[in-house]
Design a protein around this ligand. Structure first.
Ligand SMILES: [Zn+2]
Length: 187
């Protein structure tokens, strides 16, 4: 996806749209393509929420941590994924200001997940071997249940009802420092 160009009066509206959609679905992050908006922007839950236009990872630690991830666009699948513990990110705010910041913990994890979305990569792409086969089969089941077309499930708008009834996705609980594995429900 091409970079979002500034100045752009739509930036603020897109930011609100994304934050509202993320809150409605109870996620900790969301990228624009997931709700059918073709813009290189994502949001990350926080105080305040982070809105990142054209986010780019400039640097990252070689140290990685393994966390369990889920995705609002792919209900019912959780995967343990190793990613860098800390990332340095350049992004543009909705008002057009360029910022460079370092993030760790859950925020770093969600940012990496959402930037993957903007690059057309899904968390299930990290799965290997038998796990990948299992997920492919499960994806077909999800698609059939939602009565969706055979292609394009990844980038379609979030289905409303199926997500709410997907009891398999646990509620997000803030990670405790002592937890080796935590569960994240991201966009
Ligand atoms: Zn996602």
């Amino acid at each position: 996806m091409t970079p979002f160009r500034f100045p752009n009066p739509q930036a603020i509206d897109i930011a609100h749209l994304l934050v509202n959609a993320m809150d409605m679905e109870g996620g900790v992050g969301l990228s624009a393509p997931q709700i059918g908006v073709r813009a290189r922007v994502c949001v990350v839950k926080g105080t305040p929420n982070l809105v990142m236009f054209n986010p780019k990872i400039l640097d990252q630690t070689t140290e990685e941590i393994e966390l369990e991830e889920g995705c609002l666009s792919i209900p019912g699948i959780l995967l343990k994924i190793s990613r860098p513990r800390l990332v340095k990110v350049r992004f543009t705010t909705p008002s057009g200001k360029i910022k460079i910041d370092k993030f760790d913990g859950l925020t770093a994890r969600v940012i990496q997940h959402e930037i993957d979305h903007l690059n057309g990569k899904l968390f299930i792409d990290y799965a290997k071997g038998l796990k990948k086969d299992f997920i492919k089969k499960k994806m077909v089941k999800i698609r059939d249940r939602l009565d969706r077309p055979k292609t394009g499930i990844y980038m379609e708008p979030i289905p409303r009802e199926p997500i709410k009834s997907a009891a398999v996705i646990p509620e997000f609980t803030p990670p405790k420092p002592t937890d080796a594995i935590i569960t994240i429900k991201t966009g």
